[in-house]
Design a protein around this ligand. Structure first.
Ligand code: ATP
Ligand code: MG
Length: 136
């Protein structure tokens, strides 16, 4: 059983689809074991996306991620990391398969509705980043 970090990004929160997105996770057998709304600061967004610093889309990404509240969650289940990324669909919504979260809720490449950790080491870092107190 794995855990992974999920973020419902500000565009999806603004569109009132938090419930629909959580339902997709639960229907797929991923359990929400931690969750919190937060409005990311510039410092938090920059640190969270440090690997992308210097790329052409970085400023747009930080601007978007700090534009309004997001929901950060920990999902738990069998193969949670890969399963979550399957449910999300491709990063570029133009390439996201029908029925995936990004196909249904993205507004652009940057405003692509959700984030999900991409590997076990990343999941551990990202869960610790938002839930340093641990999860129950
Ligand atoms: P995430 O980390 O959000 O789950 P990902 O791992 O699929 O997405 P990354 O390559 O880590 O994708 O990029 C992080 C985020 O930066 C993307 O989700 C998207 O919001 C934005 N992004 C990435 N590449 C581009 C791009 N070429 N143009 C615009 N925005 C981009
Ligand atoms: Mg990523």
């Amino acid at each position: 059983v794995e855990t992974t970090l999920s973020i419902i990004k500000p565009n999806a929160v603004a569109k009132n689809v938090v419930g629909k997105i959580c339902d997709r996770f639960e229907q797929a057998g991923l359990q929400i074991v931690a969750a919190r709304m937060l409005h990311l600061s510039r410092e938090q967004a920059t640190a969270f996306y440090a690997e992308h610093q210097g790329k052409g889309f970085f400023e747009e990404l930080v601007g978007f991620m700090t534009s309004g509240p997001a929901m950060v969650m920990v999902l738990k289940g069998e193969d949670a990391i890969a399963r979550n990324r399957e449910i999300m669909g491709a990063t570029n919504p133009a390439e996201a398969a029908p029925g995936t979260l990004r196909a249904d809720f993205a507004d652009s490449f940057t405003e692509n509705a959700v984030h999900g950790s991409d590997a076990p080491a990343t999941a551990e870092r990202e869960i610790g980043f938002f839930f340093p107190e641990g999860i129950c």
